[in-house]
Design a protein around this ligand. Sequence first.
Ligand code: ADP
Ligand code: ASP
Ligand code: MG
Length: 417
Amino acid sequence: MVVYDDCLMGQLIVQKYGGSSVADPEKIKSVARRVAEGAAQGHRMVIVVSAMGKTTDSLVALAQAITPTPDPREMDMVLASGEQITIGLLAMALASLGHPACSFTGPQVGMITDGVHTQARIRRITAERIQTALEAGKVVVVAGFQGMTESGDITTLGRGGSDLTGVALAAALKADVCEIFTDVDGVYTADPNVVPDARKLARVSYDEMLEMAALGAKVLQARSVEFAKKFSVPVHVRSTFKPDPGTMVTREDRSMEDVVVTGVTHDRGQAKLSILRVPDRPGIASQVFGGLAKQNIVVDMIVQNIGRDGSTDISFTLPRADRQRAESALATVAKEVGASGVAADDRVAKVSIVGVGMRSHSGVAARMFETLSKENINIQMISTSEIAVSCVIEDKYAELAVRALHDAFELAKEREA
Ligand code: ADP
Ligand code: ASP
Ligand code: MG
C-alpha cells in the first residue's frame, strides 16, 4: 500500500515514471494503481512516462540498421514513437481502475522546442490541454522526451529527456512537487548497482546533482536538474516499487558544505582522440577545435603536451557515440595543419568525485590521485571544477576506481547529524 503524506492532500503533483518502471503490462498496471491512489486522495495528477523498457535503444538500433548517419529530423520521428505507446497503455490501465484519464503527446501539450533534433531545448510550454483535462477531473498522462518546433516538426530532448519533460511541466504548471520514480529508491553516494554499500542521500543540492548527472550518474538527466534549479522545482527521486521516501534535490544550505565529498560518479561512455605532432604555434588549437565545432562535435577534457622539436600532441575526450564522426573530422583538420596523424581510444572512462564542501576544503584532489595510485590505476587526464574533480582512466578499471574512491572518502559511513 502506498502512503502519501497528509500535507500533500489536494496538491498538483507531477510524477515521472522511467522505462524500467513501465517495462511490461503488469508494471504499467502497477504504476496505474499507484497513480490512482494519489488521485483518490484528491490530488491533481500529471503523469509523464518514458518508452517501455529498452524501447528507445531498440529504435536507435533500428535506425542504425538502415544507415549509420540517419537524418536527425527522421531520427526524432522514430525516437518519439516509443513514448506514445506507453501513454495510451497507461491511460487505458487507469480507466480500467475507474479513473478517467487522457493521454497526450508532447506536441499536443504545446511542448515547443528549438529545432536541434535529438537534443532540442524547450522554448515554452502552453499546457492548455493539460489544464482543461485537469479541470474535467482527469488524470493527465503525457509522453516524455518529445516536443515540437514552432513549425510543427517533432523533436526529442536528448537521452533521458523524460526527466526534463517532468521537471519542465512541474515548473510550467507550478506543481507542488515533481516526483521522479525509478528503479532505485533515491540518489546514492555512487551507483548502487556498482557499489553495494553506497548510501542513499536524504537531500542533495541542485549544484551537486547537476555535476553528478553531467559526470555520469544517469539517475537524473543533467539538463532536467539545470531546469529544476533555474525554476526552483522541488524534485523528489524515489522508487516505483517501494513506498519509502527517496532523495530531495533542493537548494543548498550551510550544512551541506560540511561534507567534502557527496558522491562518486563514473561515465563509461567516453572516448579519447589525439592529434599527433601538430606544429606548436599560435592559432593551432583554434584551428583544430574550430574544425570540430563546425561539425557540431562537443569535446570535453583537453590536454596539450609540452612541445618538443616544434611540434606537440593534443588529446581530448568526447562522448563515445560521436567518436567516429569526430575522428574523420579530425583527420581532415590534421591534413590542413600538417599534423602527422590521429589516434583514437574507445577504452577510456571518467571517474569523478563531487561535493560542495570542496570549495572550503583542501587536499581533496591529492587524496583522489593517491587512492587511484594505490590501486595501480594510471591517470590519463585530469579536470577540476569548483565542486568536482574528474580523472580519465582505462575503462576496465572504472568500477574498481569508483569502489576505491567510495571507500577512501568514507562515503558508506553514516554522517554525523
Ligand atoms: P529510468 O529508466 O527510471 O529513467 P535510469 O536507468 O535512467 O532510470 O536511471 C536509474 C539508474 O541510475 C539506476 O538504476 C542506477 O544504476 C543509475 N545510477 C547511477 N548513479 C546513481 C546514483 N548516484 N544514485 C542512484 N542511481 C544511480
Ligand atoms: N526513452 C528516452 C530514453 O531512453 C527518454 C527517457 O527514458 O527519459 O532516452
Ligand atoms: Mg532516465
